[in-house]
Design a protein around this ligand. Structure first.
Ligand SMILES: [Zn+2]
Ligand SMILES: [Zn+2]
Length: 838
């Protein structure tokens, strides 16, 4: 397979010296006419001059002098709110100087009140270390900033407790050390003026729900010692930062979102790889499939023909009929090559490789972000090969870059890029971690990185001082990517994705109440802090089970030791993935996903390297693996039942119903398929002997009457395919409205559900007790389902492809799927919902 590189004069090896704008012009010339140009949109984001304001009058002279510059307007606004005692969240772009916004009021208070203290929480040690260095550089007397984390030596901890007035730590340390040992922190807590929560958007899902309670425990103890600190939060830009911050802290929070920091101009092109004739298969796709191969997880496969009542057995090999449920997870196009067996769009990796080669020919310094390490290496190799075919030696101007490189290698690459010896790099997002690359003209982003914040962070890598930069988002064949390249307003307009968490999750609330009771007896008055009614019910249940003991003054933890609560889980130890030969711990997988991801024979990817599972020991929570690169991928199949336990809320829209409620999902991984990489050909199906798993969680679902479907042009026979297709796309689009990844969601569609007695599509949180995703989907259902419909409709394929309704995780081979009828279903649902809930 020869990739043609437009514009390379084969006879000479000259490289042009084009700027980003000229490169874009050259790229636009791809395609024979405007209609078949892969560019779906070009957004010129103008440069912005920064807006500084005078220092707020309350900021002391020494502090102003220490900084030596004036604040941007948003920094001063947020700082002044916090200074006035209002809880505030600053949600602005990366590199917009959020640190200054909390340093100002915090340090100012420490200067004014020589006894006051500040607690700073960050999700990453590296970030806390950065902050510490910045504070030390400021050199404000008497602050004595110090980190307090797992690395702090025991003898230093005592000093930190007694002397530091600006303690930098993380939620785990707060949960495991600081709060349980609060008596020793009493002087610090008594004078606690501010709590700073940096990168607060990272506290989402189950982890976020736990952190929300850790913060409530902090607030309760601070209050008992007599302080009520002001919370200052820093967030990436998101849909509703005030609401997310309020859920996290349990306090009313004011959001500051207007960014007044300067920004360089960037031209942003959205790129949709062209459709290919069917059944095209190339060596390049095989390489790509190898790069993307990964096994699916539990809750994401489709099984054949079982009924919906728990306890009924599975009859394998039944044919499809209405009433059967289809059960799938969010699609991920990196993995698709081996899933459906057909691919109808040129892959994002191939497109990115070509664009990178074009950039080299143009002499434009370009960085391509690719999601997996193997993917980055494949992109670099493909670009090198096509350049060398055109002009031998030209391929040397391209390199792959990854976190695993030694420091010297990384420096050498950075140096070569700076000098111009190297013109193009393909990298994973390892570069986000503080590696400094300057002088880039263009950034190619291979696949939407999952959040707008990451997208802008990656795009922000391009742009020399004063110059215009180019960023290109290359869509992967995934419904969300398809939607985004056709709806630029979702990327450039008001953000809609929100950080979600659910502190009322009983699997989080119960254990957290035990932690709180172990720190200090829970009094009835404390319950409102932890969620009033839900907390009361939880405390009563804990008392009945003997976890807590009720006395006249409140509820007590009377057991030996402290409650053992993992902030990242909802019960069940994570399964450790261990390399047998070396005993090396490769990573952990939560229990919920372990059956599907780590069953014996499963192919498990770790940082782009593939391993095969030898043994899964569920009692010990360990999976033993060995490194191997087989020619197949593995796909677990499970049997799943879903029953409705309770409806929390609903919208009655006549023939359509929209519901939020509690459901029981029972699933059992029963077998797995091995499929040849690239072709997707099924090699064999092997049985597995794993116990069923039960999941009580939260789901959003819609029902639509068969009569209404008939009216909408969906006859009985087409209902399963229409609902199944709608379900796949709906799961794929959920990250548009709530930051989540494919591990977080499951789905099930059925032409007749025993509990709803109607054709129904369920989408549920993949964590016990729910994590807020289904709730967010319910709250924004109109927006979510409209986007789902749009993603399907704007895909140019004829009968459905991975860019719209196919899911690589579908254990039923994406069958049945009816793209056209899915649009009819969603239109009918949308129309009814809009009429009922405009
Ligand atoms: Zn399609
Ligand atoms: Zn499916």
């Amino acid at each position: 397979m020869t990739t043609t590189v437009p514009g390379i004069p084969a006879a000479r090896g000259a490289i042009d010296a084009l700027g980003p704008a000229e490169l874009l012009h050259r790229l636009r010339a791809r395609g024979s006419s405007a209609e078949d140009s892969p560019i779906t949109h070009i957004e010129h984001v103008a440069s912005r001059a920064g807006r500084t304001v005078p220092w707020p009058p309350w900021v002391q002279e020494p502090l102003r002098d220490a900084y030596g510059f004036q604040p941007w307007e948003h920094q001063a606004t947020a700082a002044s709110l916090a200074h006035a005692g209002q809880h505030v969240v600053l949600a602005t772009g990366t590199a917009s100087g959020k640190s200054l916004a909390y340093q100002m009021p915090a340090l100012s208070r420490l200067l004014d009140d020589p006894r006051a203290t500040v607690l700073y929480l960050s999700p990453a040690k590296a970030l806390a270390a950065d902050q510490l260095r910045a504070l030390i550089r400021l050199g404000i007397d008497g602050v004595r900033p110090a980190t307090y984390d797992g690395d702090t030596p025991r003898e230093e901890r005592e000093w930190v407790r007694q002397h530091s007035r600006f303690v930098l730590t993380n939620p785990d340390m707060l949960h495991h050390a600081l709060l349980p040992g609060h008596a020793r922190w009493a002087p610090f807590l008594r004078r606690l003026a501010y709590v700073v929560i940096d990168e607060c958007h990272s506290y989402r899902g189950v982890f976020g729900s736990h952190v929300a309670h850790v913060l409530r425990r902090l607030r309760r103890l601070a209050a008992q010692y007599g302080s009520s600190p002001t919370f200052i939060l820093a967030s990436a830009t998101s849909g509703d930062p005030a609401d997310a911050a309020a859920r996290l802290t349990g306090l009313p929070v004011t959001a500051v979102t207007e960014d007044a920091s300067p920004r360089g101009a960037v031209t942003f092109a959205l790129w949709e790889p062209p459709l290919l004739p069917p059944a095209v298969e190339t060596v390049e796709q095989l390489a790509e499939a190898a790069a993307g191969a990964q096994s699916p997880r539990s809750g994401q496969t489709l099984h054949s023909g079982q009924s919906l009542h728990s306890g009924q057995s599975l009859h394998s090999g039944q044919s499809l009929h209405s009433g059967q449920s289809l059960h799938c997870g969010r699609s991920d196009a990196d993995l698709l090559a081996d899933a459906a067996g057909t691919r109808t769009r040129r892959s994002a990796l191939s497109e990115t490789a070509d664009l990178l080669a074009d950039a080299v020919v143009a002499g434009t310094r370009t960085l391509a972000f690719v999601r997996s390490r193997r993917g980055a290496e494949v992109v670099a190799a493909m670009a090198r090969r096509s350049l060398d075919e055109a002009v031998p030696g030209l391929g040397d101007r391209v390199a792959a870059y990854r976190a695993g490189y030694l420091k010297e290698d990384r420096r050498a690459i950075e140096q070569a890029l700076l000098s111009g010896d190297l013109l193009a790099l393909a990298s994973t997002n390892a570069l986000e971690l503080g590696v400094d690359l300057v002088g880039l003209d263009a950034v190619l982003i291979c696949g939407y990185p999952g959040t707008r914040a990451s997208l802008w962070q990656q795009a922000g890598r391009a742009g020399r001082a004063g110059g215009e930069a180019l960023a290109v988002l290359v869509a992967r064949d995934d419904p969300l990517d398809t939607y985004l390249v056709h709806h630029p307003e979702a990327l450039f307009g008001r953000p809609v994705e929100a950080t979600v968490l659910d502190p009322t999750n009983p699997y989080v609330l119960g254990p957290q109440l035990c932690c709180a009771a172990a720190e200090a007896p829970l009094r009835p008055a404390d319950l409102s802090l932890f969620g009033a009614e839900a907390a009361r019910e939880a405390v009563e249940a804990l008392t009945r089970s003997g976890a807590l003991r009720k006395r006249p003054t409140g509820w007590y933890w009377t057991h030996q030791g402290r409650p053992d609560v993992d902030l990242r889980g909802t019960g069940g130890a994570p399964v450790a993935v261990v390399e047998s030969a070396t005993g090396r711990l490769l990573g952990t997988v939560d229990q919920g996903s372990s059956h599907a991801m780590l069953h014996p024979g499963a192919v498990y990817l770790h940082q782009g390297t593939s391993h095969v599972v030898d043994d899964l020991d569920l009692d010990e929570s360990v999976a033993l693996v060995h490194a191997e690169e087989p020619e197949w991928s593995t796909h677990a199949r499970d049997v799943t039942d879903l029953s409705v336990v309770a409806v929390r809320e609903y919208v009655d829209a006549g023939p359509v119903g929209l519901f939020l409620g509690d459901v029981d999902v029972t699933s059992q991984v029963v077998s797995y398929q091995r499929r040849r990489l690239g072709s997707g050909e099924v090699i064999d199906t092997r049985p597995l002997d794993l116990p069923p798993r039960e999941l009580r969680t939260v789901a959003v679902w819609f029902t639509i009457s068969p009569r209404e479907l008939q009216t909408a042009g969906v006859p009985q026979a087409d209902i399963p395919g229409a609902l199944h297709a709608a379900e796949h796309a709906a799961i794929g689009l959920l990250p548009l409205i709530a930051t989540c990844d494919r591990w977080d969601i499951g789905g099930l569609s059925t032409a007749n559900h025993a509990d709803t007695e109607c054709p129904t599509v369920f989408v549920y949180d993949g964590h016990p007790g729910g994590a807020g995703f289904a709730e967010r989907a319910y709250g924004t259902a109109t927006e979510w389902l409209r986007a789902t419909r749009e993603a399907i409709a704007s895909c140019g394929c004829t009968t459905g492809c991975p860019s719209c309704v196919q899911s690589p995780k579908c254990g039923n081979g994406n069958n049945p799927l009816d793209k056209e009828k899915a649009i009819s279903v969603l239109d009918a649902v949308q129309a009814a919902l809009t009429a009922a809930r405009p």
